[in-house]
Design a protein around this ligand. Structure first.
Ligand code: DX5
Ligand code: ZN
Length: 230
């Protein structure tokens, strides 16, 4: 059975992450507000147009928070940097299926470096394409992109909800992370279809009451109270 506890992973792409004071303040705030992880979007300006930061940034925020570091690599040739992220302290390392030459090998390398292994798929990539990789049993988390990677604050692409259901149909144990365009409203169907790690940039950081929004993103299931103790 898939984990029923819902984890929330706020994406700091939506804040002024280059300002250390802002970063510290926001990290402390989401931690207090009930977030379980912090989602760190690494972009290299090649796999996606935008460029953000690299493993040195992960190394820096490791000392600013006790939240799980959920690192989303939107880079070409992720194999080349896996060790750097392990050393920097990433807890979860997610690579894009579209960026891997040999996804099974890449996932093995992440596991060999003692990190939780995530595999992300773009809105245009059919779920069936990752079946063989999932069948190997090494992927811990599938990240279904709700938007085309590259920026926060985009609108959710509706077909992505079905893809959550398709992944859950293929595998009932893997964590399913939904990333991009998640709102309080659409989070309910996404949880029902099998998503149990909810990423959100704009919905959380633009909210007046982060605690309330994080609670709403976790949903009103019997595990909500338990979850907030974790
Ligand atoms: C998109 C990123 C997402 C994004 C989410 O490339 O991977 O993590 O920051 O932000 P929202 O929730 O605003 O779509
Ligand atoms: Zn992301």
């Amino acid at each position: 059975m898939a984990a029923k506890l819902i984890r929330v992973s706020p994406s700091i792409l939506a804040i002024d992450y280059n300002n250390d004071e802002v970063l510290k303040k926001e990290l402390a705030e989401i931690e207090l507000a009930g977030a379980n992880m912090v989602h760190v979007d690494v972009m290299d300006g090649k796999f996606v147009k935008n460029k953000t930061f690299d493993h040195k940034f992960v190394d820096k925020i490791k000392d600013m928070t006790t939240l799980i570091l959920d690192v989303h690599l939107m880079v070409e040739n992720p194999d080349a940097v896996i060790e750097d992220y392990a050393k920097a302290g990433a807890d979860i390392l997610t690579v894009h299926f579209e960026a891997c030459k040999d996804p099974i090998k890449t996932i093995k390398k992440i596991k060999d470096n003692n990190m939780v292994a995530g595999l992300a798929i773009n809105p245009k990539t059919p779920v069936l394409k990752i079946k063989d990789v999932l069948d190997e049993g090494l992927v811990d988390m599938v990240t279904v992109m709700g938007v085309n990677p590259g920026a926060y604050g985009q609108k959710f692409i509706p077909g992505s909800a079905e893809k959550v259901a398709e992944v859950r149909e293929l595998n009932d144990k893997v964590y399913i992370e939904i990333d991009g365009g998640v709102t309080v409203k659409n989070s309910s169907i996404l949880r029902k279809l099998g998503a149990n790690v909810i990423v959100s940039g704009s919905t959380i950081f633009e909210a007046k009451n982060k605690k309330k929004v994080i609670k709403q993103l976790k949903g009103r299931c019997i595990f909500t109270k338990l979850n907030s103790l974790m």
